[in-house]
Design a protein around this ligand. Sequence first.
Ligand SMILES: *Cc1c(COP(=O)(O)O)cnc(C)c1O
Length: 355
Amino acid sequence: MIDCDFFINEFTYTWNMIDFRSDTVTKPSKAMKEAMFAAPVGDDVFKEDPTINKLEQYAADLFGMEASIFCASGTQTNQIAINIHVQPGGEVITHEESHIYKYEGGGIAKNTGASVRLIRGNRGRMSLEDVQKWVNPDDIHLPVTQLVSLEDTSNRGGGAIYDFEEIKKISTFCKQQNLPLHLDGARLMNSMVENDIELKEYASQFDSISLCLSKGLGAPVGSLLLGTKDFVHSARRVRKVLGGGMRQAGIIAAGGLYALENNIERLKEDHQNAKLLETALNNCSWVSEVLEVQTNIVVAILKENSHRDLIVQKMLDAGISVMAFGPGMIRFVTHLDISQDDISKTIQAINKIEL
Ligand SMILES: *Cc1c(COP(=O)(O)O)cnc(C)c1O
């Protein structure tokens, strides 16, 4: 009975709801579920899951990197990468709004015992100048800088795309300094479909890359961590010690493989939908500014901070779920479970809100 009640609650809440809170809310499509159902599986801790092996090889080939490893979440892939690159007492250079710092439960301190140098920068992005400035000299008083980590697209930056020229400069600098460069590419594919950069050339700038399969790509679970063979070998060890060694997980990896094979190009549709929301929000009397939409995230800054919760509630009453995103800000994330029709309904609801 309890299960049944839960089902009904979830049904009434999400079935009708147009859910913009995050692109993590996507549910596997019928075709994806069929691929999962049909997937051959084995014990992945023994490296015997054919579907996981196939996904890891497929991703490595796609990125032109030596190897990859399938993990439970983007937090896990980022934390594993940091743990391999950085020693206790070392320091990570990252943006002050980065996911690895802000939304991973203090994992850099907890899992690796490392220090963080937080950098400011436009919409979640750091410049070469900032990075250069904060690499510590060899002075026994200072923590040893051991990693630079970028995020593309930037989540807190409202889906902002990193300038590839800047990435190349940072990468060249890091190579000169013998500093590994990590990419939190949770939404990397949202960035890649918006430019003509070759994925392999992009990937070659980094020592490790984390990619979420469970966001706009639409798989139910999982992230990939890419790097050299040696790096991925170490990652397998760290994943195990974090309790992330999974057994017949090919059943979920099949969703990830399906996502990489089918759901990348369509991300552009989510970006077009986000643009439509941007235009509508820019015309609202209660919106002060919308961060220029570059991918699938729309952040509206409200005229009055105090209106935020009221607006979120009015949207909920209209069957639309959005996220409060800090003081005076709301966030819409478009994804493969948001249709054109949902966008039209949402724009109507936005236009009806008067304050
Ligand atoms: C979602 C996200 C992650 C991973 O989050 P999980 O909830 O652990 O899957 C990592 N980095 C960024 C920028 C994200 O948006």
